[in-house]
Design a protein around this ligand. Structure first.
Ligand code: HEM
Length: 137
């Protein structure tokens, strides 16, 4: 069963453009990660300042492997450098400052992550049903 992992980024109105530019220049490494199924950057239309970074994975293990991989670190290299420069890196670290935080479930919602996002939260879901349009309708 696939799992959906959504990183919710709080982005002030004046930083939206910057965030989207960051994503247009993203590393593009997630596409080659084992078990990766889908990615979308979702821009809020109204009523919220939260962007959704939607990802879908074959399994929880595949997602976790990606968050611990070089692909994740490189995909977040810039965000991480900035967070570190602002002294917002986690206190214990794991010997490197490559990821904006040390893994899912830690450090969310504390206003770190560089200039564009002021906070982040990870949402996890299991895919119960999934469909697309019928052909030939
Ligand atoms: C503190 C937590 C996080 C922050 C602030 C953050 C922010 C960002 C930013 C700004 C980028 C654009 C690249 C860059 O500027 O470096 C990015 C890339 C990305 N983020 Fe995050 N992120 C975080 C954690 C996560 C998590 C837990 C996920 C899991 C759903 C995720 C999914 C992605 C994906 C798929 C990309 C594109 C990477 C690629 O193209 O290979 N992020 N993130």
């Amino acid at each position: 069963m696939s799992v959906v992992k959504i990183n919710v980024l709080t982005v002030p109105a004046e930083r939206r453009e910057e965030l989207e530019q960051r994503f247009s220049g993203r590393a593009g490494m997630v596409e080659s990660s084992d078990g990766f199924e889908w990615f979308e950057l979702l821009r809020p239309l109204e009523g919220t300042d939260q962007y959704l970074v939607y990802t879908r994975w074959r399994s929880e293990e595949d997602f976790e492997r990606w968050t611990q991989s070089q692909a994740f670190q490189r995909g977040h290299a810039q965000a991480s450098t900035e967070a570190a420069a602002q002294g917002q890196q986690g206190q214990q670290g794991h010997g490197h400052a490559a990821a904006p935080h040390q893994g899912p479930g830690q450090g969310h919602g504390h206003g770190h992550g560089g200039p564009a996002a002021t906070g982040s939260t990870l949402w996890s879901f299991e895919v119960v049903q999934s469909t697309g349009p019928r052909n030939g309708s």
